[in-house]
Design a binder for this molecule. Structure first.
Ligand code: PLP
Length: 336
């Protein structure tokens, strides 16, 4: 048995999803003529109470487009030091938007209005102009930690008062909603932009959607084109996204239960020195021996995982980790 816990991006389309893709009605989306892409964009926007959406090949692209839409060169954005937009998007903030980044040290990646306020630059030619705040929910490097909508409200109010845009990197927003019990429809009024990933926990093979108001999305289409992200008969991919939104949100609770199961077992292992709270589908834990050594043993038992530091390992649960597989990993952990 092989269990792949490296990432929630490793999932393969289910038979139902493949069926939906196979039978999608498509057209040339650069001409705006792919009705399945249009349906996905409208559906996702409606779910979050936003006006419009744009389907992109990746979450990196939706985030980078949002940053470009919400800033001017010489501006500065504020985010947590673990943020995906800063750490894992190849330096795109500087490259694509000519914008600098002010990094805060949050609680497992979560920042607050109190932390942001003093970092907003005064209007002075020495300082870059602060124009954007980026939040991530769940926080990848925080081990799937979540903001509740109550946490977000004061940040949105600060951004509104200070005339800053607020973008949400919601690569795992549905995991956050499953954990907090907040509703997607309530998110729209607090954010100027929301990135929603379809190929992480939701299990689609490709794609993310950027949600915003109509005017922003019109400009976003220009930016997507210049980045080379204008796709033609993309409806085959959008169909997978629609299927995922219809069928793979409810089941995220299973992934969270599996993560908790693994975290509980890790808590009993003498070769583990610390397990972070497994709130959603990511388990981060520290090992007494080098992580590489543990990964090798796990691989010998068919369990694939990755390290995020010399003594830290990450497990991510997802659609393709079945209950028997989660039980198998528990057994393997107990035997190491
Ligand atoms: C995966 C991820 C993204 C986008 O990743 P792509 O691989 O470009 O789709 C963005 N933000 C977070 C927090 C992520 O985990």
């Amino acid at each position: 048995m092989i269990v792949d816990l490296r990432s929630d991006t490793v999932t393969k389309p289910t038979p139902g999803m493949l069926e939906a893709m196979w039978s999608a009605k498509v057209g040339d989306d650069v001409f705006g003529e792919d009705e399945t892409v249009n349906e996905l964009e409208e559906k996702a926007a409606a779910m979050f109470g936003m006006e419009a959406g744009i389907f992109c090949p990746s979450g990196t692209m939706t985030n980078q487009i949002a940053i470009k839409c919400f800033t001017q060169p010489l501006d500065e954005l504020v985010t947590d030091q673990t943020a995906h937009v800063y750490r894992y998007e190849g330096g795109g903030i500087a490259f694509n938007s000519g914008v600098s980044t002010r990094l805060l040290i949050g609680d497992r990646g979560r920042i607050t209005a109190e932390m942001i306020a003093p970092e907003i630059n005064a209007d002075n030619i020495h300082y870059p102009h602060t124009s954007l705040v980026v939040l991530e929910n769940t926080v990848n490097k925080g081990g799937g930690s979540c903001y509740t909508l109550e946490d977000i409200k004061p940040i949105a109010a600060l951004c509104h008062n200070e005339k800053l845009k607020l973008h949400l990197d919601g690569a795992r927003i549905f995991n956050a909603l499953a954990y907090t019990g907040d509703k997607a429809i309530d998110y729209g009024k607090y954010f100027d932009g929301i990135s929603v990933c379809l190929s992480k926990g939701l299990g689609a093979p490709v794609g993310s959607v950027l949600l915003a108001d109509k005017e922003t999305i019109r400009y976003a289409r220009r930016i997507r084109k210049v980045l080379g992200g204008g796709m033609r008969q993309a409806g085959f991919l959008a169909a997978a996204g629609i299927y995922a939104l219809d069928h793979h949100i409810e089941r995220l609770a299973i992934d969270h239960a599996h993560a908790q199961l693994l975290a509980d077992e890790l808590g009993k292992c003498n070769w583990v020195s610390n397990v972070l709270p497994a709130d959603t589908n990511i388990v981060l834990f520290d090992t007494v021996v080098p992580a590489e050594q543990v990964l090798k043993k796990l691989l010998g038992k068919g369990v694939k995982a990755s390290s995020t530091d010399t003594h830290r390992i990450r497990f991510v649960t997802h659609l393709d980790v079945h209950p028997q597989q989660a039980e198998w990993v528990v057994k393997v952990l107990a035997e190491i």
